[in-house]
Design a protein around this ligand. Structure first.
Ligand code: GAL
Length: 931
């Protein structure tokens, strides 16, 4: 009889917290435990803990949890019984009928437990799994529990080993491909066994295109590998547009009887990296347009769900993505199946660091043994997938040349590469790096390629290793909150205007180490030797809420928010990555009751090269990509100055930062002022102070006539504990953007207060502009976006008409919405399968009487889901929201929220969904459930 693989995900019982030893036993009464279905993440239901660390999502993932399941295995004592876990967070101990049958020491890794010696054949058995996340280290939300699938494999004593079929295509041409199938067969019997391995290759249509058969002898209690090659004529290549998949079916016979069989999927393709020209697939250069994806699925948590993952990938692919990096861990196996099918490359990454984030608690000596043990499972599991094109052994790991710490050394990287290449010599082995200086050490010598994170840090490596390929493994790390806009625009990538804990979605904000998307587009155009970029990140994820680590629970890095709703920059990427697909996207929304008469910049993301913007039918001009608007001139340059001490202050307005006006007497309120010689609009003041200013405070005052002064900025002195106005190399600098303040002035004065004995009033440069002076850093945005910076807000209709090569490609409209009157439901799918895991993602929007989304609506929604489905989760993408993902009430955020509905297993009846909000028409929806 052939072996059998059983779904083992149903009818589990779960209890949180430590349990007595008897919880491992069959007799234990678990009737009070919760009934759960695997995959299960015990922490995603919360509650959020406001005081807990934002870095790991403020959710209760730390602790112990127990799972139990009863099962029977038919009588027949020569069976082998295995439990195959795709991932358990973390440190699982698997007990069968009270006895420890196996355990694993890395929460992201798939593993097999041999249950055979503990099984009572023909009787009831119990498996109990103890899970303990307390020692698991994480820089993000890891989830908790048996969060990936489990299978039970029942096999003959002679069977195909776990992940025992390995298919490669050693030679590929248009007329023929060689397919090599290596089959590892385990023999658990006490005598040698002759066997016969028959392989059938089928093409993507299911036609048999090659067969092979070979004999072998598996020694008693041993293993044999049967290695055979076949030809496939005129192979249909796997590529991004045509992800053609072949199958190899393996049947093992012994003494004329079929003892085991399995079918694996593979692809026929060639790829290569060229250190000077980038990445090639089937002989053609492919620009990798990649994203990093963490393993959580937003409101569904870490519990893997195939449809939720497929949806993420579909959204990414629609944007133009052709590659993902599984940052920073082994993904669920289904991720690779999906990418095989969808034509998406995978940078398959095994670890973040090699410390507690890899569950290595045993220190430096354990780094290599731990890595080798995990890589063995990792590579065996994933090596048949055509989507996998890189094995990555880590991310941003420091060096530890002498191996006294847990960092990179020559020996460790050599050891890891050797382990991988013995299991698969068809893919390069690399790592994600971040410290250019590390190339001083020969640690990278063993690796085939490296990825570099941010800021063109790969430059040093390229000098040191001109013959090794490079990828941009993390780019951008732009931060934003969907639907949130702050004024005036950011003047610096790290100044996060608005101060509400949300980050403006004008896509001008990043972190100190990272950049806005446009910089990376430019870099990838210039550096063709780089295979492509992997943006940090495709989706927001739970945890790591830089730049608001204390208060928020989820990241700001995503191109798409945590609820799965695209942010503005989704359209920026799409416009650039899919130049032939129509994208015409306007931002911001157009509901600014308190901005009437104020400058409210409008950006358009389009694949067109120019566009004309209309406000209430009036043209606001046409903009063309690549045209950087001229910078305003400095009104203060060489203008007359006055000072409190009567000394000359020319040095403060001479355009030279190396000279300064300096008032050396301590105390008092020394000031310097410039006379613009006529009353002018003042929209921006840039101030560069000298170091000797110390921690003084200062005020900026303006006047039309030199007698009547108003204060436009008052900066407190810097005191211990306060951030004050900050220091920078070369002295403090500050920019005051007054666009919203309508300042008209002839005189501008800087007046110091609280000068300590050691401080001097010291102004290197005072610059005054009548229009916003945007830093040169943002010039590149004009190449990829169309920007109207000076639109004076009035409610109504914004319309943009976009052109490409002179021809109109389309138009787009953004209207001021009236008060929300009803809710609109837009499901991604209206037909589900009764599998108990099929999902419909229903976008909920508050709309006005005309159907415009009300972008400021934050009303509380309540949900009712009945019939053949249930509420799986709800979220709204607000990084600061601590509302439960599993409640039947949840607020809208900036007009939107996402409701996730799941079919019930075996129930073939429609799902009725009703969503309500006070004062609005409720919305209803019916979803069909059928086989
Ligand atoms: C990188 C790191 C990522 C993430 C990212 C945020 O340095 O590799 O895991 O933390 O920064 O920008």
């Amino acid at each position: 009889m052939q072996g059998a693989v059983r779904d083992f995900n149903h009818d589990w019982k779960f209890a949180k917290g430590e349990q007595p030893d008897v919880a491992r036993d069959l007799q234990f009464d678990d009737s009070t435990w919760e009934s759960v279905r695997i995959p299960h993440d015990w922490a995603i239901s919360g509650p959020f803990d406001e005081s807990a660390s934002g870095s790991t999502g403020k959710l209760p993932w730390t602790g112990v949890g127990w799972y139990r399941k009863k099962f029977t295995v038919e009588a027949g004592s020569d069976r082998r019984v295995y439990l195959d876990f795709d991932g358990v967070m973390a440190f699982p101990k698997v007990y069968i009928n009270g006895e420890l049958a196996g355990q694993w020491d890395y929460g992201y890794m798939s593993f097999r437990v041999d249950a055979t010696p503990h099984i009572r054949f023909g009787e009831e058995n119990v498996v109990a799994v103890e899970v303990d996340t307390r020692r698991h280290g994480s820089r993000w939300y890891p989830g908790a529990g048996i969060y990936r699938k489990v299978r039970m494999t029942i096999a003959n004593p002679l069977h195909i080993a776990h992940w025992g079929t390995f298919v490669t295509t050693p030679s590929v041409s248009d007329w023929r491909a060689t397919v090599r199938v290596r089959s590892t067969v385990d023999n658990h019997s006490s005598s040698d066994r002759e066997l016969d391995v028959a392989v059938t290759i089928r093409d993507p249509e299911g036609n048999v295109v090659a067969t092979g058969e070979k004999r072998g002898i598996a020694p008693a209690e041993g293993t044999v590998e049967v290695d055979q090659q076949m030809f496939v004529d005129a192979p249909a290549r796997w590529d991004l547009e045509h992800p053609n998949l072949y199958t190899a079916e393996t049947i093992v016979r012994s003494s004329g009887e079929v003892v085991d069989g399995e079918t694996v999927t593979f692809g026929i393709r060639t790829f290569s990296f060229d250190p000077d020209r980038g990445f090639f697939l089937n002989g053609e250069r492919v620009q990798l347009k990649g994203v990093n994806l963490h393993h959580d699925l937003g409101a569904l948590g870490a519990a893997f769900n195939q449809r939720a993952m497929e949806r993420q990938l579909q959204i990414m692919q629609e944007m133009g993505v052709n590659a993902v990096r599984t940052s920073h861990n082994a993904p669920a196996p289904e991720v690779l199946e999906l990418c095989d099918r969808m034509g998406i490359f995978v940078w398959d990454e095994c670890f973040d660091k090699w410390n507690a984030t890899a569950d290595n608690l045993a220190g430096p000596e354990n780094v290599l043994p731990m890595a080798v043990r995990q890589l063995d499972n990792f590579v065996r599991r994933d090596r048949n997938h055509p989507c996998v094109f890189i094995w990555s052994v880590g991310n941003e790991i420091g060096t530890s040349v002498d191996e006294r710490g847990d960092g990179m050394s020559f020996g460790r990287l050599e050891g890891m590469r050797t382990c991988i290449r013995q299991l698969d010599d068809t893919r390069p082995v690399g790592i994600g790096c971040h410290t250019p200086n590390t190339v001083r050490y020969p640690v990278y010598d063993p690796l085939d390629l490296t990825g570099w994170n941010y800021g063109r840090r790969y430059a040093r490596y390229r000098e040191a290793y001109p013959n090794n390929p490079i990828l941009y493994s993390e780019s951008a790390s732009t931060v934003s909150t969907r639907g949130h806009y702050a004024f005036p625009l950011a003047n610096n990538k790290t100044d996060y205007p608005g101060g509400t804990g949300h980050v403006s979605s004008y896509d001008l904000s990043a972190t100190s180490w990272s950049d806005i998307p446009d910089c990376e587009f430019q870099l990838m155009e210039d550096d063709r030797f780089v295979g492509g970029e992997f943006v940090w990140t495709g989706f927001d994820y739970l945890g790591e809420p830089t730049p608001n680590r204390r208060d928020a629970r989820s990241s700001y890095f995503g191109i798409v928010d945590l609820a799965g709703i695209p942010k503005d920059r989704y359209h920026l990427y799409r416009s650039h990555w899919r130049p032939n697909a129509k994208t015409i996207h306007i931002l911001p929304h157009w509901n600014w009751p308190d901005r009437i008469g104020k400058k409210t910049p409008v950006f358009v993301y389009t694949n067109g090269d120019s566009a004309e913007l209309f406000l209430n039918g009036r043209s606001l001009g046409r903009r063309t990509k690549g045209v950087v608007p001229p910078k305003p001139t400095n009104l203060a340059a060489a203008k007359p100055t006055m000072t409190s001490d009567g000394a000359s202050a020319e040095a403060a307005v001479d355009g030279d930062d190396d000279t300064a006006w300096r008032h050396t007497d301590s105390g008092g309120t020394p000031w310097v002022q410039v006379d613009l010689q006529e009353v002018q609009p003042v929209e921006q003041i840039d101030l560069a102070l000298g170091d000797s200013v110390g921690d003084a405070g200062y005020a900026i005052r303006v006047s039309r006539d030199g007698t009547d002064w108003s204060t436009i900025a008052n900066i407190e002195p810097r005191t211990a504990g306060s951030r004050g106005w900050g220091r920078r190399a070369g002295g403090p600098r500050a920019t005051y953007d007054l666009t919203d303040q309508n300042v008209q002035a002839r005189f501008v004065r800087v007046e110091f207060t609280d000068l300590s004995d050691k401080s001097t009033a010291d102004v290197k440069e005072l610059k005054i502009y009548s229009a916003r002076y945007e830093p040169e850093y943002y010039d590149v945005t004009y190449k990829y976006r169309l920007r109207w910076n000076d639109v004076i807000y009035e409610p109504g209709e914004l319309k943009v008409v976009a052109y490409k090569d002179g021809a109109k490609i389309g138009e787009s409209v953004m209207r001021t919405a009236g008060p929300p009157t009803s809710l609109r439901l837009t499901p991604d799918r209206t037909e589900l399968l009764p599998t108990g895991e099929d999902l419909s993602f229903i976008l909920v929007e508050a709309v006005d009487a005309e159907g415009n989304v009300a972008p400021l609506a934050n009303d509380i929604l309540t949900f009712q889901v009945s019939g053949g489905g249930e509420l799986a989760a709800v979220s709204n993408g607000d990084q600061l929201s601590l509302d439960s993902f599993q409640d039947n009430r949840h607020p809208l955020f900036n007009g939107k929220a996402m409701l996730i509905v799941r079919s019930k297993q075996g129930e073939v009846s429609p799902i009725q969904v009703t969503v309500r909000a006070e004062g609005m028409e409720p919305a209803t929806l019916s979803i069909t459930v059928s086989q």
